[in-house]
Design a binder for this molecule. Sequence first.
Ligand SMILES: Nc1nc2c(ncn2[C@@H]2O[C@H](COP(=O)(O)OP(=O)(O)O)[C@@H](O)[C@H]2O)c(=O)[nH]1
Ligand SMILES: [Mg+2]
Length: 215
Amino acid sequence: MKIDAAEFRFGCPHYEDIPPASLPEFAFVGRSNVGKSSLINMLTGRKELAHTSSKPGKTRCLNIFSINRQWHLVDLPGYGYAKVSKAKQLDFNQDVSTYLTERSTLEQVFLLVDSQLEPLEQDLYFAQWLQECTVPFSLILTKTDRSSNTTVRNHASQFEKALAEWKLKPNRIFNCSAKTGKGRGDILQWIETRLPKKSGKQGKGTKINLNWMKK
Ligand SMILES: Nc1nc2c(ncn2[C@@H]2O[C@H](COP(=O)(O)OP(=O)(O)O)[C@@H](O)[C@H]2O)c(=O)[nH]1
Ligand SMILES: [Mg+2]
């Protein structure tokens, strides 16, 4: 998939304020600092689209980007904030969990995990929760350029083992590096196969709900 257009559409901490469901959505989520913003910039080929920050917990909004006016990339707040209060953390998680369980156009979640680390319980619990809520997900092992191929392979197979033990079934597992661009083609191609085929005809009678703009 060639990315012709990537535009920031909307950013808000609360689920009830986000625009009504329209295009197919692919959401990206993971612990703070896992490399989510860097990956989004790498996938879209835009250097500053998702703000890359070294401060954990800075991305607190559900951010929606329109890609090729065909699908939405949704950047969800990271979980496991170190520097936000427990009460706030709960707040953010509530909005994320509502989004993940109620958004009708959500096609799939990409759960990012750090390839430099052995599988973390926190990530496995999150994957378990997704599966219990019947939210389809794939795993992305990030920052593969930072370790040797052997280390990445070891961690990947530890992950596969843990997934089997926890009876978790991701659609796919991708290896990625925002630095080298590894995995970009695979992920974009995978997303493309999930998009409705372009018919060349205008969709008839598609009602757009604009109520949210009137608030
Ligand atoms: N070498 C390398 N560094 C990365 C990669 N992805 C992210 N980083 C670095 O990891 C840190 C956290 O990345 P960021 O994208 O802000 O993580 P986020 O908190 O999940 O959005 C930053 O210093 C990035 O430059 C990668 O693929 N390779
Ligand atoms: Mg970020």
